[in-house]
Design a protein around this ligand. Structure first.
Ligand SMILES: [Ca+2]
Ligand SMILES: [Ca+2]
Length: 333
């Protein structure tokens, strides 16, 4: 059986690291911080984000205008992701803004940063508690108002932003609110853009001197990125070796199974790069066994991939996998 080739696994990609794709958010506390002794609390429990701030009675130091907190889409949960302008995307969520009291203004909604020669500019697609508006504003985005919608504190409204490059070559946005859509709106001064855009959401609470109970909470639920609920996913990476195979390894389809407790959770066909490296993308947190099989060749497996961060026993798992691999090799000879 000269053709009998074993896929020798190199079990190095034990934990997944996020790829440059949106699968997380990062929360930025106190983007405005005019009341530095307020009490802010933020929760990231994807696909939900909660931003809250209270005791906004000022801190005695000017300015005494407002506090703002934001979140942005991210690949690593640490840095906002700068998305190339030519990439089309849609961000949606169910927003519930509660203001106590409803005046002075509490506002929340979508938030977009776009790279400009001086750094960046920002637009807000927001609702507010006092004027009951659903509006978009902020250079270089075009203003837009949903004139047939009103917003009241405690309401839940579904908001969405779509960004794309139109066939006329101009970058445009479409705003969505409870199923209604704006027309495509071209951004202004498009020649100034430096090539990236980062969307997310924000909460802003205006200060009310003398009222320590002044505060607001914004719940962003069911956050969807390009239609997919935003949850943190991982990539399992590693390499396989097609021993005794002299051809182009990038052309060899490899059947891959992700298993949990013996059950096949997912199967797909993948190809490696020229050096045998593979990536299984968009894996939900969990512990997996991975099995590989190329046509006519032995199936072999690698167990104990843990997606969700390093585990203390990962060295032991690697050792177990090496033993397992040796056994598999022995079977093949
Ligand atoms: Ca202040
Ligand atoms: Ca205060």
């Amino acid at each position: 059986m000269k053709r009998l080739v074993l896929l020798a696994l190199v079990c190095l990609g034990l934990t997944g690291w996020a790829q440059a794709q949106v699968n997380d958010v990062v929360i930025l506390d106190r983007v405005f911080n005019d009341d530095s002794d307020s009490i802010s609390n933020h929760v990231k429990a994807l696909p939900k984000v909660i931003l809250s701030d209270t005791r906004l009675d000022g801190d005695g130091r000017p300015p005494e205008f407002a506090n703002r907190h934001a979140w942005f889409v991210s690949a690593d949960g640490v840095n906002p992701l700068q998305i190339p302008l030519d990439e089309e995307w849609t961000l949606e969520f169910d927003l519930t803004l509660t203001g106590i009291p409803i005046s002075p203004r509490k506002e929340a909604g979508g938030f977009i940063r776009i790279g400009m020669p001086w750094g960046y500019s920002e637009g807000q697609f927001m609702v507010n508690t006092d004027a009951h508006e659903v509006v978009m504003f902020g250079y270089p985005f075009r203003d837009y108002r949903f004139t047939d919608l009103s917003y009241y504190s405690g309401n839940t409204i579904r908001l969405g932003i779509r960004f794309f490059k139109d066939t006329d070559g101009r970058y445009k946005t479409v705003y969505m609110a409870n199923g209604r859509m704006s027309p495509p709106l071209a951004l202004v001064d498009q020649r100034l853009f430096t090539g990236w855009i980062t969307p997310g959401g924000y909460l802003q609470v205006n200060i009310q001197a003398g009222n320590p109970n002044n505060g607001g909470t914004a719940v962003f639920d069911n956050i969807r990125w390009n239609g997919r609920l935003l949850r943190k996913t991982f990539a399992i990476t590693g390499s396989v070796e097609l021993r005794e195979f002299g051809g182009d390894v990038t052309q060899v389809p490899i059947r891959t199974e992700l298993r949990q407790g013996g059950a096949v959770m997912r199967s797909e066909t993948l190809f490696t790069d020229a050096t045998g490296n593979y990536t299984i993308a968009d894996v939900s947190p969990g512990t997996y066994d991975v099995a590989f099989k190329a046509s006519h060749w032995l199936r072999t497996g690698c167990s104990g991939y843990y997606c969700g961060g390093f585990r203390r026993d990962w060295r032991k798992r690697l050792a177990d996998q090496r033993r397992h691999r040796r056994r598999q090799r022995g079977d093949a000879v």
